[in-house]
Design a protein around this ligand. Structure first.
Ligand code: XUL
Ligand code: CO
Length: 444
């Protein structure tokens, strides 16, 4: 358990103590109803099933600006107006928040932690100073870094992409920024390093050499991998797919596209995939579909947990509160043995109109409870219901005899034709989808 860190500084969340577990009957909005960090589920403490991380950018930097208006939230850690002082105050607020919430990890972009300077060298100096302070915070609190990343999409120089920019000078700038972000991640003991290709894609194919840009992306990732290993980074590199937004077409479209890309470029020993629910939605997939696809390829790395709005076509990054999603994803994670060195990063923001500081706590608590309920229900479903047995029996025809021989590739079309005649017309076997769905409801 982490230590609450507020001592000797301004307290940014007065009146809020370490959030504790009070059980399902509690009416306290600042308490966990289901997330009981040390409760054993399937032989493992709850906290190890999730490895929750707070996303620095949404929770401490995002004041709610949108294309129609400025930020609506008055974060006291952003009051000084001096960029480096704001960064220091933000760090204090962040560690107070994370330790009061009792979450073991956090994640950041370089530019969340330290402000962009007037030059690349000044930005690097800012980052180095903040990394030094973050290192102390981590040591005194016990909070760890799940992953670091470079923001290669906000600065106008990246308007045509970073690694895939048609201007080589921009590609070199992006490489320098990734080098510094990798160094920061290593210094802070980051367990993973993420690449989200925000502008690695195109707005118009008319001005884009897609083949060449994708080849540049592969070289860039390879060189980042080499440098990371050279400076002692032992964790996984993670690619985070998203089909669009901000570009019209993003190269890391979905898990299937990234699996193909990593295999084609022999990157599967060092790279895995960080999957985000709202990105899956934009690609017309379910979160569970993306997670299962990555797991089947042996490339599931980590998760950005959030959810979209079913009636909105963009990335709304809401806190995950849909229990069905939670049950379905925990069902997969329990069956594959968990997230390993990955975790669940809350890549989610409170709504622009949720302006109380305590809303930040309530949002995280709600999501943690949702996932805890998902875990409890999924585990009961696996242990007490006929779910696994039913699924296994569906494929029983391939467990022995001719079915097994087919699965092993030992029967050709002529042999299969002979077998078709010998076995005769198959009887109808129900897929029983509604029964599977009813089981989920029964155990929820
Ligand atoms: C954007 C997104 C990013 C990545 C990290 O949609 O998800 O915040 O998670 O760059
Ligand atoms: Co994300």
């Amino acid at each position: 358990m982490s230590t609450v860190v507020t001592i000797g500084r301004k307290e940014y969340f007065p009146g809020i103590e370490r959030i504790s577990y009070e059980g399902p009957d509690s009416v306290n909005p600042l308490a966990f109803k289901y997330y009981d960090e040390n409760r054993l589920i399937a032989g493992k403490p709850m906290k190890d099933h999730f490895r929750f991380a707070v996303a620095y950018w949404h929770t401490f930097c995002n004041t709610g600006a949108d294309p129609f208006g400025p930020g609506s939230k008055n974060f006291p850690w952003l009051e000084s107006g001096d960029p480096m002082q704001m960064a220091r105050d933000k760090l204090d607020a962040a560690f107070e928040f994370i330790t009061k919430l009792g979450v073991p990890f956090y994640c950041f972009h370089d530019r969340d932690l330290a402000p962009e300077g007037g030059t690349a060298a000044e930005s690097e100096r800012n980052l180095a100073e903040m990394v030094h302070l973050a290192e102390k915070k981590q040591a005194e609190s016990g909070v760890k870094l799940l992953w670091g990343t470079a923001n290669l999409f906000s600065h106008p120089k990246y308007m045509n992409g970073a690694a895939t920019n048609p201007d080589f000078r921009v590609v070199a700038q992006a490489a320098a920024q990734v080098k510094a972000a990798l160094e920061a991640t290593v210094e802070l003991g980051g367990e993973n390093y993420v690449f989200w290709g925000g502008r690695e894609g195109y707005y118009s194919l008319l001005n884009t050499d897609m083949k060449r840009e994708k080849a540049h992306l592969a070289v860039f990732l390879l060189k980042a991998r080499d440098y990371g290993r050279k400076i002692g980074f032992k964790g996984m590199f993670l690619i985070e797919p998203k089909p669009m937004e901000p570009t019209k077409h993003q190269y890391d479209f979905d898990v299937a596209a990234v699996v193909g890309f990593l295999r084609r470029h022999n990157l599967t020993d060092d790279f895995k995939i960080n999957i985000e629910n709202n990105h899956a939605t934009l690609a017309n997939h379910a979160f569970a579909h993306e997670i299962q696809t990555a797991a089947d390829a042996g490339l599931l790395g980590s998760l950005d947990v959030n959810q979209g709005d079913p009636h909105t076509g963009w990335d709304t990054d809401e806190f995950l509160h849909n229990i069905y999603d939670a049950v379905e994803i925990m069902l997969i994670l329990l069956q594959i043995g968990g997230l390993g060195k990955g975790g669940m990063n809350f890549d989610a923001k409170t709504r622009r109109s949720s302006t109380d500081l305590k809303d930040l706590f309530i949002a995280h608590i709600s999501s943690m409870d949702t996932l805890a309920r998902g875990l409890i229900a999924a585990n009961a479903l696996l242990e007490k219901s006929p779910y696994l047995q039913m699924k296994k029996e569906r494929y029983a025809g391939f467990d022995s005899g001719a079915g097994k021989a087919f699965e092993k590739g030992k029967l050709d079309l002529e042999q299969l034709t002979a077998l078709a005649a010998e076995l005769g017309e198959p009887e109808q076997i129900s897929g029983r989808q509604e029964f599977y769905e009813s089981l989920i409801n029964q155990f929820m």
